[in-house]
Each structure stands twice: as structure tokens, then as C-alpha cells.
Design a protein around this ligand. Structure first.
Ligand SMILES: Nc1ncnc2c1ncn2[C@@H]1O[C@H](COP(=O)(O)OP(=O)(O)OP(=O)(O)O)[C@@H](O)[C@H]1O
Ligand SMILES: [Mg+2]
Length: 258
């Protein structure tokens, strides 16, 4: 699928992908009846673990397959997941994508929680916040000791760690580059769940560190003008596409005009 106004590559010749993800809303009781007792280590919202054979989980497999086509000749690929404004589904997308990539595509994946101001990935994984990226960057603990392993070691997750009001200095330090370079030796995919583009500056730092950026857009909620403005502030050559998230009936054509 293609949306014209997302195509901002040189001379408009570069293709971007658009994958739609529906709004998941299955009540917990129905999940249980359908055998949704799967994966008690995660929150009920994580469709790829709770209902791996559902249409919702299939949508993440489609996203994985599009990303793997784009990256098949690369030994490793660092991807930032961002959005124009907050609460569009970055963490939800990052986790489901990372789980599907590790489990269904049998890849070694590292998920990094890159939002050091307002982290919440630990809630999805039902863990205490614990150590994480900021602690590794400040030298309090090593990467191995602070990351957690899931799915028989195919998925590693590095939480944000100690929260901080202004993480820019830390994220732009040589240590951050070093952490990513080391990760590239061990993982095919490094997925970074980043803060929203507006009003944060962190995405400018992340865009220099990663190979690609995937934009999450909350369908029917985020105005197209805001998405366009957000897109204008990140390097166009890094944008690989968008996830139209929480799509409800009749919204699938909302963003397709030019
Ligand atoms: N496709 C979806 N179906 C149902 N619920 C969803 C979907 N995507 C996201 N949500 C829910 O919307 C809320 C916000 O999602 P999420 O935490 O991923 O947003 P975010 O962009 O990471 O927010 P923030 O900017 O605060 O980091 C969460 O409760 C999440 O479970
Ligand atoms: Mg988030």
C-alpha cells in the first residue's frame, strides 16, 4: 500500500510502505475463553503473544515481512519507531513488531526503550522498571546485566532505566553510539521505541543513529497537517514508511488522499 504524501524521497522516487493495524479491543474474558491464557508474562494488550493466530497478529507479520524485504541484504538494521504526537501507539507497535520479528521470523532482535522521560514498556511486560539504557550510558551497569531475554533468547529488551528530564546529552554521547555498534554485532534488528517528534528533540538524535524510521499514525485522530509537519522535521531519506494504527471501520481511506 502507498500513501503519496509520505513519499518524500529524492525526486519522489523512493517507495514508502504503509501497513494498517486495527484497533484491538477483545475483552479479557473472551481472550481467556479462546485460550488467551498464553503468555501470562505480558499485558493482555499484546496481541502477538496473547493471540498469535489472530488477524491482529497477522498484521504485524505483514509489517515484519515488509521490513525484512527492505533489509534483507543488511547484516543488521536499526529502526526507530516514532509518531507525531504522544499516545499514537509507538510502544504497542514496537513490542508487537519485536515479538513477531523474533518469534515468527526467527531473527535476533533487541528492543530498546528510547523514551527516557516517560518510559512504560515494563508495564506491557509486567516487570518492574529496573535498570536500562540510561544506566548503561552512565556506566552504572553493563548491557548484559540490564537487558532481559524473552522468547528463548531471540528477543532482548533494554528498558529505559533511570528516568531523566533532559536525556539529549546522554543520547548524543559516544557511549550511545558504542552501545548501538556493539548491538549491531549481536542482533539483526535493533528496534528503538522513541518519544514523539512533537515537542521532543530526541528524534533528531535518534535519526542520526538509526538506519530507518517508521512513523506510527493514530487513524482518525492525528490531523494530517500535524503528521506532515512532524515528517518535515525528520530526514526524508530515513523514513521507511508508516503504520496506520487503531484503524476502525471507514477510517482506512482517511489518509490515502494526496
Ligand atoms: N492497535 C491498537 N489497538 C488497541 N489499543 C492500542 C493499539 N495501539 C495502541 N493501543 C493502546 O493505546 C494506548 C497508547 O499506546 P502506546 O503506549 O503504545 O502509545 P505511545 O505512542 O507509546 O505513547 P507515548 O507517547 O506516551 O509513549 C495504550 O493503552 C495501548 O495499549
Ligand atoms: Mg510509549
Amino acid at each position: 500500500m502507498q500513501i503519496g504524501w509520505l513519499k518524500r524521497g529524492k525526486k519522489g522516487d523512493r517507495e514508502t510502505m504503509l501497513v494498517s493495524v486495527e484497533k484491538e479491543g477483545l475483552p479479557a474474558q473472551i481472550r481467556q475463553e479462546r485460550g488467551g491464557g498464553n503468555g501470562n508474562f505480558v499485558d493482555d494488550r499484546l496481541i502477538t503473544i496473547k493471540e498469535p493466530y489472530s488477524i491482529g497478529a497477522e498484521q504485524y507479520r505483514i509489517l515484519c515481512s515488509r521490513i525484512s524485504q527492505l533489509t534483507q541484504n543488511k547484516p543488521s538494521y536499526a529502526l526507530a519507531i516514532t509518531s507525531s504526537v504522544e499516545a499514537e501507539g509507538k510502544s504497542f507497535t514496537s513490542l508487537n513488531l519485536a515479538i513477531s520479528m523474533a518469534r515468527d521470523f526467527d531473527e535476533k532482535v533487541l528492543l530498546i526503550e528510547g523514551d527516557l522521560k516517560k518510559p512504560n514498556l515494563h508495564e506491557y511486560l509486567k516487570r518492574p522498571p529496573g535498570f536500562g539504557l540510561s544506566d548503561v550510558l552512565e556506566g552504572r551497569i553493563g548491557f548484559e546485566a540490564s537487558s532481559i531475554q524473552l522468547l528463548e533468547g531471540r528477543l532482548s529488551v533494554l528498558f529505559a532505566g533511570k528516568t531523566m528530564g533532559n536525556p539529549s546529552r546522554l543520547l548524543s554521547s559516544p557511549r550511545m553510539q558504542e552501545v548501538l555498534n556493539n548491538a549491531r554485532e549481536c542482533f539483526k534488528y535493533i528496534i528503538i521505541d522513541t518519544p514523539p517528534i512533537v515537542p521532543m528533540v530526541d528524534i533528531n538524535i535518534y535519526s542520526m543513529l538509526v538506519d530507518g524510521i517508521l512513523l506510527v499514525i493514530k487513524a482518525g485522530k492525528t490531523p494530517r497537517s500535524i503528521v506532515k509537519r512532524a515528517l518535515a522535521s525528520i530526514p526524508p531519506e530515513k523514513i521507511i514508511g508508516a503504520v496506520l494504527n487503531e484503524v476502525e471501520l471507514n477510517y482506512s481511506n482517511y489518509y490515502h488522499g494526496t
